[in-house]
Design a protein around this ligand. Structure first.
Ligand SMILES: [Zn+2]
Length: 439
């Protein structure tokens, strides 16, 4: 534990120091780390060795950020198929690593690991994101997530509290009332759901200084609504569970790409870099995850970058916009709004509990009272375990909704880049007036 605290302090000094670097210095540092990481992956990770040899990559020719174009892409399917023996470095023992799994927004489980020092770095980049907007170590952080993160606490500093994302919104509000929250963190749709439900009485004790929302696409309308209800600024971040921080908003409201953690490429459909201001597919390469590197990882999101400098003075490049996590939220027969993330997190919870219960899923709300789950069974599927998932969904809906399960061999993927796990056919224009009326 002491060792981890020291790693965390060191990582914090490092990532905050990076805020002082110019764009040119950051690029130079990123290039050095990236090239070193790719070479290491080639020699230590069986999957990359095999892949690059098949592609005829001469690893000694990979010297600059531009040379990345000589390397093939990898996808979530590759990672899933290769985990653990193919994709985890031979130099690292999984037992010593931090293990996690995600469904992302795709509805397919994705396991991954990182070392404790990488974990310290990831936490530090998270802390930096919040110090950028005014967080101080003595502030109380309350985060809404499906699982608890083992954040270390140092005396009166780094106090955190976990609120499960999968419990009903009323219980979340009750926990918030007693929390003394300064910085509230959570998925956009969940915080939005809370913002709709809190009463003036609740707001006497729930008084965050700032709110950070993450992991899914939020609309400006949602952010403004949350900000108005809680009377504090709302900052958005763009991160993935497997690579952690990709970008977040500075005080000027611009998204900065944290290239000291992950290198981001924006590519057209032929794999060529797009120009600033043009839509491109986002491809990520981690610079810190030696135990399980992601190199040219297609995340399935679209974004635009800008080559301008931000007036806040940070050297990290500016991300103009991004999209890709727009899962649909559900509207219940009574008009109640259920966040898509709450549904997604429920599945993630059981994917972690029963690793091979489901291979893939998709939840479609066809009518307000009728939901279909398309399910590709995992190799250890059983009805009793899946019934737990359905029971949890019924508890979240908390009103009569018919849930029908359809077993399928694969999930039809209409769009070649984006895959949506949660989809609502209840029309959007039925939702907006409802949401507005909740103000
Ligand atoms: Zn800025």
């Amino acid at each position: 534990m002491l060792r981890f605290v020291l790693q965390l302090i060191r990582a914090n000094i490092k990532v905050h120091f990076n805020n002082l670097l110019s764009r040119k210095q950051l690029l130079k540092m990123t290039q050095r780390r990236l090239i070193r990481g790719i070479r290491r992956a080639y020699y230590e990770v069986p999957f990359y060795k095999k892949l690059y040899d098949e592609w005829g990559v001469d690893i000694d020719e990979i010297k600059t950020l531009d040379d990345l174009r000589k390397l093939p892409f990898i996808t979530k399917d590759d990672v899933r198929e290769q985990f653990p023996n193919g994709i985890v470095s031979r130099k690292h023992d999984i037992a010593d690593c931090h293990y996690s799994a995600t469904t992302g927004s795709t509805g397919r489980s994705l396991p991954f690991v990182f070392t404790k020092s990488t974990f310290a770095f990831y936490i530090a980049t998270g802390i930096r994101m919040y110090t950028m907007i005014g967080y101080r170590p003595w502030h109380k952080v309350v985060y809404i997530k499906y699982t608890k993160i083992n954040y270390p606490r140092i005396g009166p500093f780094l106090r955190t509290q976990h609120i499960p994302s999968t419990i009903p919104v009323e219980e979340q509000i009750a926990m918030l009332r007693n929390s003394g929250v300064d910085l509230l963190l959570g998925y956009a749709s969940l915080v939005y759901e809370i913002a709709q439900k809190v009463t003036p009485e609740d707001l006497k004790t729930i008084r965050p200084k700032f709110i950070g929302i993450n992991s899914e696409l939020s609309t400006k309308y949602q952010r403004d609504f949350i900000s108005q209800v809680f009377g504090c600024p709302v900052y958005d971040e763009y991160s993935t569970e497997e690579t952690w921080m990709v970008a977040s908003q500075c005080r000027e409201g611009h998204y900065h790409l944290f290239i000291d953690n992950v290198w981001v490429e924006f590519l057209d459909k032929n794999g060529n870099p797009v120009k600033p201001g043009e839509d491109g597919e986002i491809v990520l390469t981690t610079t810190r995850s030696n135990a399980m590197p992601f190199i040219r990882y297609k995340i399935g999101d679209i974004g635009r970058y800008s080559d301008r400098a931000c007036s806040c003075g940070l050297g990290y490049p500016v991300l103009e916009s991004f999209e890709g996590r727009a899962d649909d939220s559900f509207i219940m027969p009574s008009g109640k709004y259920v966040s898509s993330l709450k549904l997604l997190n429920t599945f993630t919870k059981y994917i972690k509990k029963y690793l091979h219960l489901m291979e893939e899923f998709k939840i479609i709300q066809k009518e307000k009272g009728f939901v279909v789950i398309q399910l590709v069974k995992g190799r250890e599927y059983n009805d009793r375990h899946f019934q737990e998932v359905i029971d949890s969904l019924n508890a979240i809906f908390a009103e009569p909704v018919t849930i029908k399960v359809e077993f399928v061999d694969n999930i039809d993927m209409k769009n070649s880049i984006k895959r949506k796990a949660i989809e609502s056919w209840v029309r959007n224009n039925e939702k907006e007036p409802l949401l507005t009326s909740a103000v």
